[in-house]
Design a protein around this ligand. Structure first.
Ligand SMILES: [Zn+2]
Length: 272
């Protein structure tokens, strides 16, 4: 090895004055070079080591709460539940921001034409379902392995996370519908959305959550989008009493089936 960390650089490094690529190259070097490692070791003060260690301990013992975890504990959700629920990928601000962007676009489009109104009525109910798709699953959830290995009922986690993401994305959709001038259209997404969400939860008996959610969202949105692009708006059909009553019936039946399932009931109990 021809290069070694010069003495002034060692002093600057142990003071924390060297950052970025330079610090990284020093670290790569002292991992490989015992001489420089010994010089850095003897140069660093005990006080600095103690303060670094205590801040590591502090971070480990008092992890910072995310906004979702904070809200959930304020709402009375037990701390252990809140931590697992708040780790849902679709509760991350980046995910919610992209859903909000779609909703804003749809709300804007609803002002422009009958097709635009149909677009809002197709997209707004699907947004909470897509958020549910991102709530739990092996491909999307960085904490999935931990949650599978922990002695915590998966179904309970799925239900708690679904409820939280529906609340968060539903609030976004409600806010977006305030921008829709036609009151009938602004309100007409709600029952279809509840129908799609309860259907998704019912399907999780047989399917993984993301599969159920994407399947339900696609089964609703794809044919309607195709008709809208082909023939024009479907907003009259979507706001019709027949469709709204059908959606309400789906909600009632799906909820009845969900609550009749003993596994679901056990998962919804406060102390599993
Ligand atoms: Zn060296």
């Amino acid at each position: 090895m021809t290069w070694h960390v010069p003495e002034p650089l060692v002093a600057a490094y142990v003071d924390g004055a060297v950052q970025g690529a330079r610090a990284a190259s020093i670290e790569a070097h002292i991992l490989a070079c015992a001489d420089c490692r010994a010089r850095v070791n003897s140069a660093v003060s005990v006080d600095r080591l103690t303060s670094i260690w205590s801040s590591v301990l502090d971070d480990a013992e008092n992890p910072r709460q995310s906004w979702a975890e904070w809200l959930l504990t304020r709402a009375g959700v037990p701390e252990a539940d809140a931590r697992l629920v708040a780790a849902a990928p679709s509760l991350h601000l980046s995910w919610l921001a992209s859903l909000a962007a779609v909703l804003l676009f749809a709300a804007w489009a609803s002002n422009t034409s009958d097709r635009g109104a149909a677009l809002f009525l197709i997209l707004a109910p699907v947004i909470p379902v897509l958020a549910v798709a991102g709530a739990y699953g092996p491909r999307i959830d960085p904490t999935y392995e931990v949650s599978v290995a922990s002695p915590y009922p998966t179904l309970r986690l799925v239900l708690l996370r679904s409820a939280s993401v529906v609340a968060a994305s539903g609030a976004l959709a409600l806010a977006a519908s305030a921008l829709v001038p036609d009151g009938e259209i602004a309100a007409a997404w709600l029952l279809p959305s509840l129908a799609l969400i309860t259907l998704t939860l019912l399907l999780t008996r047989w399917l993984a959550l993301p599969v159920a959610a994407f399947g339900v969202a696609a089964a609703y949105a794809v044919p309607l989008l195709a008709i809208t692009l082909d023939h024009g708006g479907v907003s009259t059909a979507l706001t019709s009493a027949a469709l709204q009553w059908s959606a309400a019936a789906v909600v009632v039946v799906a909820l009845a089936l969900l609550t009749a399932d003993p596994h679901m009931r056990a998962a919804m109990r406060r102390n599993p």
